[in-house]
Ligand binder design. Structure first.
Ligand SMILES: C[S@@+](CC[C@H](N)C(=O)[O-])C[C@H]1O[C@@H](n2cnc3c(N)ncnc32)[C@H](O)[C@@H]1O
Length: 196
């Protein structure tokens, strides 16, 4: 839904360990800043940036959603996957708008629920909706939880006492258990919009 933008400047809010951020940099050939407050995730992200040879185009910054101080109209795209809940959908739309150049794009991947209300808020906050789509629980299973389960199974056959891996395994098992218990909760929605 997004056009090709020459050397796009992209802000990824709540980038975590940078899985979408790296992909954004590769797809856009632009410059990407990712912000998050989770320093261990940012450390991992920085390792991946170096490994991918993308240090000249991606920057990972420890900064809270509530402290962002970028100049007005400095980004072509504002991207947020799984983080707008921290500030609230409508407030995020309002507060992040100033970072976008006129006609810039915002992409929000959010939990499912209140979609009709969110569509109204997109319009009342001064955006044009380009489209939205649901990521169903089946998609989450195929693209995320099944690989996660395979990763857990593979890790369990490896004899490790590395506390970091053990903690990651523990968290992954908890996440998988929650999915199996409440699969219905695991669908999400992605909104693509343009600043009016
Ligand atoms: C579900 S994760 C998504 C990470 C990444 N966007 C992805 O899709 O892989 C949500 C991220 O939002 C970050 N986050 C939560 N509250 C935040 C805040 N106040 N400021 C910045 N980041 C925050 C978390 O640390 C976490 O990395």
């Amino acid at each position: 839904m997004l056009p090709q933008i020459d050397r796009a400047r992209i802000l990824d809010i709540g980038c975590g360990a940078g899985i979408p951020t790296l992909e954004l940099a590769r797809l856009s050939q632009g410059d990407v800043i990712g912000i998050d407050i989770d320093q261990p995730a940012l450390d991992e992200f920085n390792r991946k940036i170096r490994k991918a040879g993308l240090s000249d185009r991606i920057r990972a910054v420890n900064c809270s959603i509530f402290d962002m101080d970028f100049p007005d109209e400095s980004f072509d795209i504002v991207w947020s996957e799984g983080s707008i809940y921290a500030i609230g959908f409508e407030r995020g739309l309002r507060e992040w708008k100033r970072f976008l150049k006129p006609g810039g794009f915002m992409v929000i991947h959010d939990e499912q629920g209140n979609v009709r209300r969110k569509l109204k808020q997109i319009s009342s906050c001064g955006y044009e909706l380009l489209g939205h789509f649901i990521l169903s629980k089946e998609t989450w299973l195929a693209e995320y939880f099944a690989p996660l389960e395979r990763w857990i199974a593979g890790s369990e056959t490896r004899d490790t006492d590395d506390p970091k891996i053990l903690e990651e395994l523990h968290q992954a098992r908890l996440e998988l258990d929650m999915f199996k218990k409440y699969p219905e909760r695991n669908s999400s929605v992605c909104f693509v919009m343009r600043k009016n």
